[in-house]
Design a protein around this ligand. Structure first.
Ligand code: ZN
Length: 174
């Protein structure tokens, strides 16, 4: 099975629209609350990374650990939201470390298609294409863009690469 990029991306767009999330950085807590998830912020370096915890097979609690790099936490949570919205069965709430490490490489042939789809969803949710368009003037300033969207430099770089691919040769003059 090949990952369905268009489906993953359009689902993220739908979520942004449905929850009226028209500003960046995307406020994930709005989505958690609308889904009826309890949202907990931790501040403990020894505790878990961001996760969505299931109770009786249903997503119940979203955890964000502020003691860990926030950009990574946000991507992890958005990725997990991807599994929920894309209705992936056998969702591994705590994605294995191996998969997590691989997720640095957004489009990898070695990972399950669901993982790639969840990453695509997360990327569009946190770095919406429509929003990225507004910041083309900053496209050479990865640090600034990463701050604007509150994502890692790696995530923003991948989004920009995809942006370029899809948006053709529209270059911005600096
Ligand atoms: Zn996953």
């Amino acid at each position: 099975m090949e990952p369905n990029y268009a489906f993953a991306r359009s689902m993220a767009k739908k979520v942004l629209k449905d929850y009226r999330l028209s500003e960046v950085p995307t406020d994930l807590s709005v989505i958690f609350k609308n889904l009826g998830l309890k949202y907990i912020e931790l501040n403990d370096a020894d505790d878990i990374d961001g996760a969505i915890i299931e109770i009786k097979g249903k997503p119940a609690i979203a955890v964000l650990n502020k003691a860990k790099p926030i950009q990574r936490q946000r991507f992890t949570l958005a990725h997990e939201l991807g599994h929920i919205f894309l209705k992936h069965t056998r969702r591994d709430v705590y994605d294995s470390d191996e998969i997590r490490e691989n997720s640095n490489n957004l489009i990898s042939k070695t990972k399950p298609p669901q993982e790639t789809e969840a990453d695509i969803f997360a990327s569009e949710l946190l770095i919406p294409y429509e929003q990225l368009k507004k910041y083309t003037a900053d496209i050479n300033n990865i640090d600034k863009l990463a701050n604007t969207f509150m994502v890692s430099k790696q995530a923003i770089t991948i989004a920009i690469m995809n942006f370029w691919k899809h948006d053709g040769k529209k270059k911005t003059k600096s």
